[in-house]
Design a protein around this ligand. Structure first.
Ligand code: SF4
Length: 459
């Protein structure tokens, strides 16, 4: 005869300690050891609501989000359910067995409403980074920078012309993502007597033709020949010692804005943490002349960055490296031994043109290899060529080879972000939604790194 379970759950009194039921090697124990949010409550006091919907304790909200981003629980409803049911999550959130978990609508309202204005997610990221520095995981000698595209929460089938962006605010009232976009539009193209432009924000070198009606700040982009979609980019600046993320910035998924994030992050880390690297490692996308000039001449950082070269010819004719620059006379010498001179006046493209004499080229035996289709040869030299030369010199050293290998650390962080933390598509809309998600994900990655490196028993 089969036995039956009966009656045991009706026991009236239990002796139960959550502490005893969380395994000693649980990853959350390691994370808990390095997460100190005590200063946040005071900073967030002005943002508590004393009327209407009850406030969640911000520390509880942050702890729940740390669980969500550390374990790839992206849905707020599921996160609330998991914290309710999982003993380790309850322990980490400092919730007793009988204490209620916020319902997901209250959680959402607090997360996206009153605490967003407080910049709390950046504070959390910085508190975690400070702890990484305290634990000696940030050397500050070498940084690497890169960007990764993350899909926006926007239907790729739907679009409206960018020039009609203001119409998105008509009718039922604009969503937060639309309001943010229109405010940015307004800030970059302020209405004046001669300016009522509907163009997308300036500073964007190639403004989009179409935008998403639900998240107009996202950019239509494609990765490696796949189908295009709306996306934002997460930009990481990492320290190369232990791969700790020292800054993160959300931008629309566009090369120009990703590269511009370099200045924002380097200067913010310098201002807030007094950290300036001796070398900066990046790929060719960051090797344009103005960026190299800023890195070399303004920030005095060694650029371990390949130079963005547009001057190499592939038709067999001489390229610019075949011409020798003479700094003393400010001239180029061509392979035929003639001088190319300039007026010194820069073009709009930030270059100075050096020209050979027409009569030299006309009589030259090398003309077919040099300028077969023009009467004489011209060479464009960047006004920032000195910085480009510094980068070229660095890139020929063994130290650069080492840096190139180290750059993989930032790529591995992006792979971890997408595959393990499951952040391959945003759940929040607008640039501020992307910023909040990227900051919390980066904080979670740093916490996991600290937990695994400094408490190796955690799993
Ligand atoms: S064609 Fe002109 S620039 Fe070219 S090698 Fe001859 S002289 Fe020099």
């Amino acid at each position: 005869m089969m036995g039956s379970q009966d009656g045991e759950q009706e026991q009236l009194f239990y002796s139960f300690s959550l502490e005893d039921h969380v395994p000693k090697d649980h990853l959350l124990r390691g994370i808990d050891r390095f997460l100190d949010l005590s200063e946040l409550r005071g900073q967030l006091a002005p943002f508590y609501s004393h009327t209407g919907r009850p406030s969640i304790d911000p520390v509880l909200m942050i702890r729940m989000l740390v669980i969500g981003y550390s374990f790839g629980i992206r849905s707020e409803r599921r996160l609330c359910d998991e914290v309710h049911l999982n003993l380790a999550y309850r322990w980490f959130c400092r919730l007793g067995l009988n204490e209620p978990v916020p319902d997901h609508s209250t959680f959402s309202k607090n997360r996206h409403g009153r605490f967003r204005q407080s910049d709390v997610f950046r504070r959390v990221f910085e508190v975690v980074l400070q702890r990484c520095m305290l634990e000696g995981l940030v050397g500050g000698e070498g940084f690497a920078i890169d960007a990764s595209v993350i899909k926006a929460d926007a239907n790729r089938e739907r679009f409206v012309p960018a020039a009609e962006a203001k119409k998105l605010a008509e009718g039922r009232g604009a969503s937060r993502a639309v309001r943010e976009y229109l405010e940015a539009l307004e800030a970059n193209n302020p209405a004046g007597p001669n300016n009522d432009s509907d163009e997308p924000p300036s500073g964007d070198s190639t403004p989009p033709k179409n935008i998403s009606p639900t998240d107009p700040g996202a950019r239509w982009t494609a990765v490696r020949g796949g189908p295009a979609f709306y996306a934002y980019s997460t930009n990481y600046l990492i320290d190369l010692d232990a791969g700790i993320i020292v800054d993160v910035e959300a931008t629309p998924a566009h090369r120009t804005e990703e590269v511009d994030a370099t200045r924002t992050m380097i200067e913010r880390v310098e201002r807030k943490f007094d950290l300036t690297p001796k070398r900066l490692v990046a790929d060719t996308a960051y090797g344009a002349a103005p960026m190299l000039n800023w890195i070399v001449n303004e920030k005095k950082i060694e650029p371990h960055i390949p130079v963005w070269e547009k001057s190499l010819r592939e038709d067999g004719t001489f390229s610019r490296p075949d011409f020798q620059f003479d700094e003393r006379t400010n001239t180029y010498e061509c392979p035929g031994g003639k001088k190319l001179t300039s007026t010194g006046r820069p073009t709009n493209a930030g270059t100075v043109l050096f020209r050979a004499l027409q009569r030299d080229c006309g009589n030259c035996a090398l003309k077919q290899q040099c300028c077969p289709n023009t009467s004489h040869r011209k060479i464009a030299r960047s006004i920032y060529e000195d910085a480009r030369d510094v980068a070229r010199t660095v890139c020929s050293t063994p130290a650069y080879e080492q840096s190139r290998k180290q750059r993989k650390k930032v790529e591995m962080l992006f792979a971890h972000l997408k595959r393990i933390l499951k952040l391959d598509r945003l759940r929040l809309r607008g640039i501020s939604g992307a910023r909040d998600e990227f900051l919390m994900a980066a904080a979670a990655q740093n916490l996991r790194r600290m937990a695994r490196w400094l408490t190796p028993a955690t799993v």
